[in-house]
Design a protein around this ligand. Structure first.
Ligand code: ME8
Length: 503
């Protein structure tokens, strides 16, 4: 089964920050989970390189927009392997093929009568590259996101007949209550549509940094239409010599932040309808990571927390775990170095790391380094019975934190199982050797099960642990009734306390 998932594509007027990392990580967890259950996944991410914000930032630095885009796009691209992101392609909207394909789609929208020439006048935020409607504007004519003063803009350009899609969009929302998730974002999008759609400007006359409008060379496309189409154009050229569109279109999941809801839940489906293309199955809207000061973390507010420091010292898995554990996915939530440290120590070093360490040690010490091939504990098996089904169900609706909580409950259960059964005491009594073998087979199997469930979240450490457990080939997503006889090998602390920075 094909499964196509995307992140938003990042603006290259700035450099990557924790919010970008968060979105990529969350999307990656879903992609890895789908691969794990055997689906044919295509995972897209990339950079959004045209438009006013990039042109302005380049001008301020005295360089060409293309030079700025090249430099910053490379930083976003380099971040992906550092975060262990398993994207299949990295699109840049300055790619020649994207420009060609996007222009073709927009030409079709024009040919089908959904554009017209007009004069646009409104309050404009150059950072958002967006005109603001009256009820969004803050006091003193300021942008609700960037808090900078908006400018009054007027120009002749081409309009997209968004209003023609009022009824089709209302029908879409009535028929598909899971089109936008979570539910409060669906309600927000539906309310926006319900308040009445106005046509929107599709092109820009005063800007040259963009995709040329094929039927009017004096204009370039408004960056949002160019950017949204990345989800479609990428499939056409991501794999040289092969067009993946039929295989993966439409997208199953677009993962985006709440500030770009309107574009993805209103403009995007309308644009696809205008171009006669199939609509995505779901748009998942996540919240914002907030800085200590409680505001959105963003480059323009200058309160960015650097993910690179955490990565350098603790590695990608620890960051991935922290972000998805700390902030309930779909909500806003604060993140901080102290919060990271507390969770790292309590959950990774103590709970999971210790469980792994002592299980491996006891297998070595009491079982000659082999997972006993005996029956596992029936009661524990019962408690693990629903784990994978529940994780699959939660991840199916992008409830990443809830699924992780479900897994973590089982990690804690295994630590209690160790305490309850005290294998070190059993080992002192030769008459209880069978009991000891059963306990350690159960622990090994429990550890294998939670670790397999954690693979999408922590791909590096889980691979190392599964290998050390001699369970590298044991991909069965269930709690087996027997130990598998794997040969255990030594593994240093999975999550060492106070690790030294990587060399
Ligand atoms: O919006 N917490 O690009 P972008 C969580 N180019 N997510 C955050 C965040 C934070 N503090 N800050 C930003 C754009 N994001 C457009 C998208 S898609 C066709 C074009 C999220 O670089 C933000 O919500 O400003 C968005 O989903 C993504 O990072 C890229 O933001």
């Amino acid at each position: 089964m094909a499964f196509y998932i995307t992140t938003a594509i990042s603006y290259v007027n700035g450099v990557p920050h924790l919010g970008h990392a968060y979105e990529a990580i969350a999307t990656d967890v879903i992609a890895r989970h789908r691969r794990q259950i055997g689906e044919d996944v295509f995972f897209l991410t990339g950079t959004d390189e045209h438009g006013e914000p990039v042109a302005d930032a380049a001008r301020a630095q005295g360089i060409e927009p293309q030079a700025l885009a090249d430099r910053n796009s490379a930083r976003f691209k380099a971040l992906m392997p550092q975060l262990e992101i398993s994207n299949d392609f990295f699109i840049r909207t300055t790619d020649q093929q994207h420009k060609q394909r996007a222009a073709e789609v927009l030409q079709r929208v024009h040919d089908r009568g959904y554009t017209y020439e007009g004069t646009y006048e409104g309050w404009y935020c150059p950072r958002c590259a967006d005109f603001k409607v009256e009820n969004e504007i803050l006091e003193g004519n300021r942008c609700p996101i960037h808090e900078i003063v908006l400018t009054r803009e007027q120009e002749q350009n081409w309009f997209f007949r968004l209003s023609a899609f009022q009824e089709p969009l209302e029908r879409l929302y009535a028929e598909r209550p899971d089109f936008v998730m979570p539910a409060h974002r669906y309600n927000e999008a539906r309310a926006f549509i319900g308040s009445g759609l106005e046509d929107v400007s599709l092109t820009r006359a005063h800007l040259s940094w963009g995709i040329e409008v094929p039927w009017d060379r004096s204009q370039v496309f408004y960056v949002w239409f160019d950017a949204l189409l990345n989800y479609y154009t990428a499939l056409w050229y991501a794999r040289p010599g092969e067009d993946l569109t039929a295989r993966y279109w439409p997208a199953n999941f677009h993962v985006i932040g709440k500030d770009i809801l309107k574009f993805h839940t209103v403009f995007w489906p309308a644009l696809l309808m205008a171009a006669e293309l199939e609509l995505p199955r779901h748009v998942f809207v996540h919240g914002f990571l907030l800085a200590g000061d409680g505001r959105k973390m963003s480059k323009s507010l200058g309160n960015v927390l650097d993910p690179f420091e955490v990565l350098e010292r603790y590695g990608a898995d620890a960051l991935r775990h922290y972000l998805l554990r700390e902030v309930s996915f779909g909500q806003d939530g604060p993140v901080s170095p102290d919060g990271f440290q507390a969770r790292y120590d309590a959950e990774l070093a103590n709970e999971y790391g210790n469980l792994a360490g002592r299980t491996l040690n006891m297998l070595e010490r009491y079982c000659g380094g082999v997972v006993p091939e005996v029956a596992t504990d029936a009661a524990l098996r019962e408690e693990f019975a629903g784990l994978f089904a529940r994780v699959d169900e939660l991840l199916g609706t992008a409830e990443l934190s809830a699924a992780l909580e479900e897994i973590w409950r089982h990690v804690r259960r295994l630590n209690r199982y160790v305490e309850e059964n005290a294998p070190w005491a059993l080992a002192k009594d030769p008459g209880r050797a069978d009991e000891l073998a059963g306990v350690l087979a159960s622990l090994a199997e429990g550890l294998r099960a939670v670790t397999l469930a954690l693979v999408p979240y922590m791909p590096v450490k889980t691979a190392a642990l599964l290998a050390a457990l001699g369970a590298g080939e044991q991909n069965e997503r269930s709690f087996a009734s027997h130990g598998w006889g794997g040969r255990v090998s030594a593994l240093g602390p999975l999550f060492p306390k106070d690790p030294a920075p990587a060399a």
